[in-house]
Design a protein. Sequence first.
Length: 561
Amino acid sequence: MNTYEILRSARSIHLLALTTLFQAAAWGQLQITSFQGDGTLTWNDPGATGTNNYAVEWASSLNGNWSSWQDAAGRLSGLGASGSVAVPMFYRVVATDPTNAATQRYTYFQELPPLDPLTPLATNEMRIIFMGSMIPLPVRRAQAEMSVFVQVGWSNDPNDRVYGGRARDQFIFDCGAGCSANFAAAVVGFRRMDKVFINHLHGDHMSDLSHIYCFGPAADRKTPLYVWGSKPSGVENPASPGTFYDDGTSNFCACLRQALRWHSESFSFQSTCYSNYVPPTKEQWGLPHDPVPVCGDSPYDAYAMVPIELDFEKIGGVAYDNAATEAKVTHYPVIHCRKGSMGYKLEWTTPEGKTLSMIYSSDTKPETNSIAQASNNGNGVDVFIHEMVVPPAVWAYKNMGLSAAPVEGDALYPEYVQTVQGLTFVQNSSHTPQGAFGYLLSQIEPKPRLTVATHFPVADDTVASAFVSVTNHCPTVQMGRDLVWSFDLMALRVFPDRIEQRRLAVSDYSFNPPVQLDGGTCPPKYNDGNGSGNPYAQIDTSASISPTNTDGSVNYRIDGY
Ligand SMILES: [Zn+2]
Ligand SMILES: [Zn+2]
C-alpha cells in the first residue's frame, strides 16, 4: 500500500480539492468523478497498470489521526475501480497495491525530449543541469546527492575540439556524493568545474568535492579550485561553554587540502599549472575578500584550494560579480540544522541586456528570505529551485523497507512511530514539507517562471503525492508548465522567452572528455631535471617485476597487451 499523502481540505474549498485531484489523475491515478457539497465523493480508478486500487482515509480535525487503511477499507463501499463515500473535513488518498511499480520510475522525466549533452548553449541561454537531486540516505543509483551545474552564454571556439566553444561562465552549486558520475556522463570536463558554491557543509552537499579536487589537475583543470561557502557558524559548543569550532569554509578547505596531500603529491609527476595563468583578483571576480589558497599553496597551482568565505547572515551579500562574464551570485541565509546555511541567487545578463535569474535554496525549513528573494522586488525570477521532503510517515516506512505504514498492533508499529517522531524533528528543524512548499510558492509574487522541487526522492508515487500537497495551496499550478521535480541529468534551457526541459541523453559507460589545455604548462613538481615528469620519483621499485629480464627474456609486453 502506497500512501498518497494528500489533502487538507475543508468543505468550503471542495472545488479546489476537486481541481487538484483531477490534475493528479494525469498520472493514471485515482480520479475523483464527483464531489458534492455534503462531502460525498465518487471516484474512478483508471488503473494504468491494471492493478492500482485506491481508497480515501480521513481525519476529523486538523491534527486528528488519519483513520487506518484497514478501517478505511472496511468502511468504504465499492472500494476498487469506482465507488462513493462521504468524507469528513480532511482526507487523503491511499493506494492498496504493495507491488505498485510507481515507486520504481519517474515517468515525467523519462518522457522529456532528449538533449545531446554536447549541444552548444545559445548565446542568450542559461542552462541548468541537475547532477544530483536526492536527499541523503541513501545515495540512489537513480539520484546522486545534490549538485546543480549552471552555465551561461556561449562563445564559439573552433580550436576547442570537445565543445567547439565554451560557456561564458559556469558554476557548480553543491557537489554531493555520487554527482561526479553525472558530470562525466554529461561530458563535463574538469576544466569546466573550477567554481564550486557550497550551500552548507553537510556531506550530501560537498562530499564529491574531494573527487573534483583530486582529479581536476590530472585532467585539464590546471588552475586552482575556488570554493565558496559560509564563514564559521559562531554556534557555541555546549559541551565546553565559551568555545567555538572553526566550522567555516576556509578551515574546511584547509583540512581537506591537508587530508588529500598523499593524493596531490602522488599525481604531481604531471604538470599542475599553466605557465601563463593569471589568477583572478578580488576586483575582477567581485569577491568579498582576496582569493588566497589555503595551506600556503601557490595561487597558480591546480592543487591550490581557494576558499571564498561568505558572511552567511547577509541578505543579498555578493559572492561573485564578474563584469567580464556579466554573471553575479548573491547569497542569503536559510534555516537548516545549524547556522551558516545559505541560498544562492545567480543573475546573468544576456548579450541583449535581458537578465536571467536562478535561485537555489538548498536545504532549508520554510522561511521568509526565499520568498523575498524569489519575489525579487516584484520582478520575480526565472527558475526557483527549492528543497522539499516527503512526509515523515512516508519517509519512515520507506526507510524501514516497507511499502506502507504499519498499523497499530503490527510488530513494527512501535519502531515506526519512533522513526516518524525522529523524522518529524528533522523535518521541522531543517526541511520543507510538501504542503509548506505549496504555501511558500503561494506567497511568491510574481510566481517564478518555473519552480523546481529538489533534494527529493522522486518516483511517480512520491511526486504525485507532493503535487497534490502543493496544489492544495496553489490550485492553478500545473505540473510541467509551472512546477517540476528535479531528477539527475534533467536539463533546463532558460531563454528570455521560454524555458525548455530536457533529459540529457548520456552514456552510462562514459570516459572523461578529451583533455584540452589552454596554454603551455609548467614543469611537474616531481621531474627528471629536464622539465619532464618523473613518475618513479616517489616509489620504491626494488620489488617490481620488469617487462624484461637482464638476460633479455620477456615477462610481459610493455604495450599492455
Ligand atoms: Zn543539509
Ligand atoms: Zn541535504
